[in-house]
Write a protein that binds this ligand. Sequence first.
Ligand SMILES: O=C(O)C(=O)Cc1ccccc1
Length: 386
Amino acid sequence: MSEIRVAYLGPPGTYSHQAARQQFEPLSKNFKITYLPQPTIAQCFQSINDNKCDYSLIPFENSSNGQVVLSYDLFKDWFIHVSKLKLILEQDAKESLKCKADEATPANAALPTPPTSASTTTTTTTLSSEHQTKHPNFNVIAEQFVAIHHNLITFSKDITKIKTIYSHPQVWSQCNKFLRDSNLDNNLKISKIDTSSTSKAVEKLTQLPAGSQSRLETAAIASSTASEIHQVPILKHHIEDHSGNTTRFLVLGQVQTQQEQQQEQQPESQVQLQLHSETSNKKIHLLTFIIRKNDNFGSLCDILAVFKKHNLNLQSITTRPSVVSSWRYVFFVEVWSNDNENDHHDDDGKELDSVIKELNSNELVLDLTVIGSFYRSKKYFEMIGA
Ligand SMILES: O=C(O)C(=O)Cc1ccccc1
């Protein structure tokens, strides 16, 4: 039986673990699934890039409190090539200054040759090797939605004694109402301490000396599985603000080699994944880019118009600081094809190719990259009531 190695944010009992099991348990009849807990989300990215696993699960967004910004920033770190972009933008700025100076020069003066778009292209092609960039060895191959039910977990039987709470940073604002109603939101009296994962938060409780005062004054917010694994009781069940609280995870898989692509060979497990997982025939594309001519009026509008022209409908748009220069943003967009006639057809890749070609040739964007193209989970349609 061949093995599938799946990395997730550990230790066992996290919501990421739940996501990994939801995605891969259906394959356990045909494959030996080995789950590999990672200490951080950053390590989940690193391990797939280093070929230490075949798939890796990443929390991406939550229905109540939005983006998991750490995951977005890690995508940005892996897919945006800061030093290359800095160089191109510096060159763009110089050329724009030169253009302005040329415009100010009297008509009868000897004019220098105006810059052409070809000269900008030369900039990109003459980057020194330190600025040449390599794409990561992974992309997004699926999405998985997980119902998130939080619990207050503690050895204490008296909620009024709690002085310290551990949890993952994503959790606090999903339990605002409970924390407020239980007088656990007073930051002067209660220390809220971030941990790398919710299961880690419960593990912390077990490390406090048995029978100590500190054990009885400390709690964690995590899943019922984490409570079972670490054998710490639940004092309050289902403390999330919204009953439909759901986190969307992305599944990273290894990029196919060109040879595999040409021969239309997919790793066996990936084929199985598509057969067994609960996907619809609607394909989602997750892309990232920065706007090249930030100061041009309507440049974002021009970019979005290209998606519209090629029948790709915008599902979401998010920005993160680019680090390329201050107040310049990295955009993440998710688009889906209007064409959904056939089951799991791959023709819609053509629309995306046209968009990429047009956006690059019009010099509207820099570092336009497809982070992944994958089929929408059927759960999505159940949730929106479609
Ligand atoms: O800490 C966990 O359990 C995770 O998997 C990260 C997370 C935290 C809160 C909601 C969803 C995912």
